[in-house]
Ligand binder design. Structure first.
Ligand code: PLP
Length: 356
């Protein structure tokens, strides 16, 4: 089914950036997808048009009340030129879970996938082919009704834009230093921590800035009630390997249900490795470090895939993990998942979707 998506091809193709010097999210492809919603009419007029600015009324609700959702996923090009995407169906499912939480009308997931398929086909020359590079895809929804007053918008735009991105790691996979945040909190159960919505990120900037000033690249959030249980990192979920067992915080309602997180759990279980999804306190992690059972720690997310953690800072103390180097399991997971994504490791769990 085509879903009646109209296409206006760009007549003014942009110059593509050097694939060796791609900065995350700075260059955009020649086209974008856009669709309108009006109360009474539903979602309508799905179209692919040349990438361009949009005009919005200054009273558009998104500017004032943050009613907006985003997603992030990647497409890759195999050596034979085939375009493949990593579990895009999961992103459109999650988009609708976020929409539901923010009172945004649901988007037909099949239409979303078809829009993505057509957009990828028209801009497939933008998918970089160098090892470690990919095309980052950003679907998002904004509330556009021009009216001040706190209630769900009567108008929305759904768009998909795409950006060629380089390898997250310039010189191979590199451990990061993480600051365990005990002053600011990100989200609480019952809030919007499990939705991919702008407010969560606006709320995190101050803590991230202060962590940077202290020499740390990211913040590890603790729960907002007890300031004790581990939540997640920036835009990554977090895993620990303690005494041979992999542990990650359970989906409690205040963290994001990461598709990379889910994939890592499925991959580990497929390998027969024990994985526990449960509450884990910072005290348990520190104790494991003290008694020598904390073997590895890594973050998971679409951008970095796997990000090993080489150091944690908590309450003024520094805790080095794996002598600050990449753990064996982190490396194996990174190589396997990126291999599956590039089409050079067998996709035994059926994650990659070919675009044709
Ligand atoms: C996007 C995101 C993640 C990672 O999700 P993936 O689907 O694996 O990319 C984790 N935490 C937060 C807060 C996020 O926004």
């Amino acid at each position: 089914m085509s879903f009646g998506i109209s296409i206006e091809a760009s007549t003014n193709k942009k110059q593509k950036p050097d694939p060796k010097n791609l900065v995350f999210g700075h260059h955009f492809t020649d086209h974008m997808f856009i669709m309108d919603y009006d109360a009474g009419q539903g979602w309508h007029n799905p179209r692919i048009v040349p990438y361009q600015p949009i005009a919005l009324d200054p009273a558009a609700k998104v500017f004032h009340y943050g009613q907006t959702i985003f997603e992030g996923l990647k497409a890759f090009k195999k050596a034979d030129g085939t375009v493949i995407t990593f579990r895009p169906d999961k992103n459109f499912e999650r988009l609708n879970r976020s929409n539901e939480r923010l009172s945004v009308p649901a988007i037909d997931e099949k239409l979303g996938l078809e829009a993505l398929r057509q957009l990828l086909l028209i801009d497939q020359d933008w998918i970089p082919e160098e090892e470690g590079t990919s095309l980052y895809i950003r679907p998002f929804v904004i509330a556009t009704e021009a009216a001040l007053g706190v209630n769900p918008s009567q108008k929305y735009l759904f768009m998909i834009i795409m950006s060629p991105v380089g390898s997250y790691y310039k010189e191979g996979i590199n451990p990061v230093k993480i600051f365990v945040e005990s002053h600011y909190v990100r989200a609480v159960r019952g809030g919007v921590g499990d939705a991919k919505t702008a407010g969560n990120y606006a709320a995190s900037l101050k803590a991230q800035e202060e962590a940077h000033e202290r020499g740390y690249s990211q913040v590890l959030w603790l729960d907002g009630v007890h300031r004790k249980y581990i939540e997640e990192v920036g835009s990554m979920n977090i895993f620990f390997r303690i005494g041979g067992k992999v542990v990650t915080p359970a989906l409690s309602g205040s963290i994001l249900d990461g598709i990379t997180r889910r994939s890592i759990i499925e991959l580990l279980r497929h390998w027969g490795e024990p994985v526990e999804e449960r509450q884990i306190s910072i005290d348990e992690v520190i104790e494991a470090h003290r008694n020598g059972t904390l073997q590895e720690c890594f973050g998971t997310g679409t951008a970095a895939v796997i990000s090993p953690v080489g150091e944690l800072s908590f309450n003024g103390e520094k805790y080095t993990i794996q002598d600050g180097s990449t753990g064996e399991l982190s490396k194996k997971l990174y190589d396997t998942l990126t291999g599956i994504q590039r089409g050079i490791v067998e996709d035994s769990l059926g994650w990659m979707i070919e675009i044709k």
